[in-house]
Design a protein around this ligand. Structure first.
Ligand code: FMN
Length: 194
């Protein structure tokens, strides 16, 4: 990280403290607040660039975890990484992917990730990158309204490499047809039922 810090092409770092495919120990750094604080404060000491901390959707209290990341020097939070899953090969009766389990992404992750965005927005005031199941402008708008400042597109690109371009175009259309002058005006405007 120190070596990359002076590189002109690096704008920011994202710490993946939530990858479910790591063999050692299996589950993530971010599920233990002391480990999370050590990783984030260590990274903070190594760079002047913005640091985003990417969290898992299966944390018991994602808001608290986001607070730990914020208190340790994070500049933003990315929600979410994939949900651990298992696909069984019914002939061999063995897992079909990697180390047994793998990350579940795509459409099923969308409401999980939008809720995580809302919970993190309610807990910290840092910028949020929302990611998980986005395949349309409607999906991206949900993240923005729930509190994300930026929206990521992963799996949808595998089906349609021009997904991000299409979503950006449709977002523009939606804003124009709804009298939204700037997309920033939508961020965190969720009306929670009282
Ligand atoms: C093939 C694949 C590889 C991924 N690799 C990483 C990775 O190396 N690090 C990481 O933080 N997230 C990784 N992810 C998770 C994505 O960045 C994203 O958080 C997740 O897939 C949810 O978004 P999506 O539903 O739009 O794909 C990967 C996802 C996929 C599908």
């Amino acid at each position: 990280m120190r070596r990359l810090d002076s590189s002109a092409i690096i704008s920011a770092f994202e710490l993946n403290v939530s990858c479910p495919n790591v063999r050692a120990g299996g589950i993530e750094f971010c599920s233990d607040s002391a480990s999370l604080a050590t990783v984030v404060s260590g990274a903070r000491a190594a760079t002047r660039r913005p640091i985003f901390v990417k969290l898992s959707p299966v944390l018991p209290n994602i808001g608290e975890t986001a607070k730990t990341a914020a208190d340790s020097g994070a500049d933003g939070i990315t929600v979410v990484n994939t949900i651990p899953g298992l696909v069984v090969d019914i002939e061999s009766r063995k897992p079909r992917v990697g180390f047994g389990t793998g990350g579940t992404s795509g459409a099923g992750l969308l409401p999980v990730a939008v809720l995580a965005t809302h919970l993190v927005r309610s807990a910290v005031s840092l910028p949020i990158i929302g990611v998980g199941g986005v395949a349309s402008a409607t999906d991206a708008l949900q993240f923005l309204i729930a509190g994300a400042s930026l929206v990521g597109v992963g799996t949808a690109n595998l089906r349609d490499p021009r997904a991000a371009e299409r979503i950006a175009r449709d977002l523009d259309r939606w804003c124009n047809s709804h009298g939204v002058a700037a997309i920033q005006n939508l961020i965190g405007t969720l009306e929670w039922p009282s």
